[in-house]
Design a protein around this ligand. Structure first.
Ligand SMILES: Nc1ncnc2c1ncn2[C@@H]1O[C@H](COP(=O)(O)OP(=O)(O)OP(=O)(O)O)[C@@H](O)[C@H]1O
Length: 205
């Protein structure tokens, strides 16, 4: 199942940020989005994941085929690590949480309440959620924030394994994860500022 994004335009706070974004992501492939702070990487990922409407364009994969992981990780503080994963596994109908615990090195933390996790441990729990969704496209917004070097390498291996099973990954990241991935520079897709005054844009084009 290929994810095809065609002529996508997205906005935040009423401002159009990116326009004419098109690409195809095939099974087993990863694409890294690059661009300076504020260009609209998060906004584009949220739009592709179906968390906000597109101004224009289309995404062929439905939102329920996409697992989105971002800064707000959805971890429930009052539940333990294992309970958080079991909760998500139940929602997605995944049989067990052991592979996810193992993959993100969370087995020794399984009975720790999430509120007692360090930032990096919490991030690993948020990323472990990806594995229990069973969804083919992982949309990842700065997934390595707070992770130490060993955890970055471990997570890169998790993504690589997902790709090896025919999954896909779309990643906004400022660091090189060491993945075999195409890179999409968003600069050419930056929307031109609009005045909102009829005739103004044309007069000053
Ligand atoms: N809730 C909001 N309301 C209005 N504008 C917002 C909101 N959130 C973000 N923005 C603005 O939208 C623009 C794009 O933000 P976005 O987070 O998509 O950029 P980004 O490329 O992911 O940035 P970064 O690399 O810093 O994470 C920025 O100019 C930002 O200030």
């Amino acid at each position: 199942m290929t994810c095809t994004v065609t002529d996508l335009a997205c906005a935040r706070g009423g401002v159009t940020l990116l326009e004419r974004v098109s690409f195809a992501l095939h099974p087993g492939a990863a694409l890294c989005l690059r661009g300076p702070n504020g260009i609209g990487k998060t906004t584009l990922l949220r739009t592709i994941a179906g968390l906000q409407p597109a101004l224009r364009g289309s995404v062929t994969l439905p939102p329920d085929a996409i697992a989105y992981a971002a800064h707000a990780d959805g971890v429930k503080d009052t539940l333990t690590v294992a309970e958080n994963l079991a909760f998500w596994a139940a929602i997605h109908g995944t049989p067990g949480i052991a592979p996810a615990l193992e993959a993100l090195d969370l087995a020794t933390l399984r009975d720790r309440p999430a509120r007692e996790l360090s930032a990096g441990q919490r991030r690993r729990l948020g990323l472990a959620r990806l594995l229990v969704t069973g969804r083919p496209l992982w949309v990842l917004d700065e997934p390595t924030v707070s992770l130490d070097a060993a955890s970055v390498a471990r997570f890169a291996g998790v993504v690589q394994a997902h790709l090896g099973q025919g999954g896909m990954a779309l990643i906004a990241t400022h660091i090189d994860l060491g993945l075999v991935a195409d890179v999409l520079d968003l600069a050419p897709f930056k929307a031109r500022p609009r005045s909102g005054i009829s005739g103004f844009d044309e007069a000053f084009a």
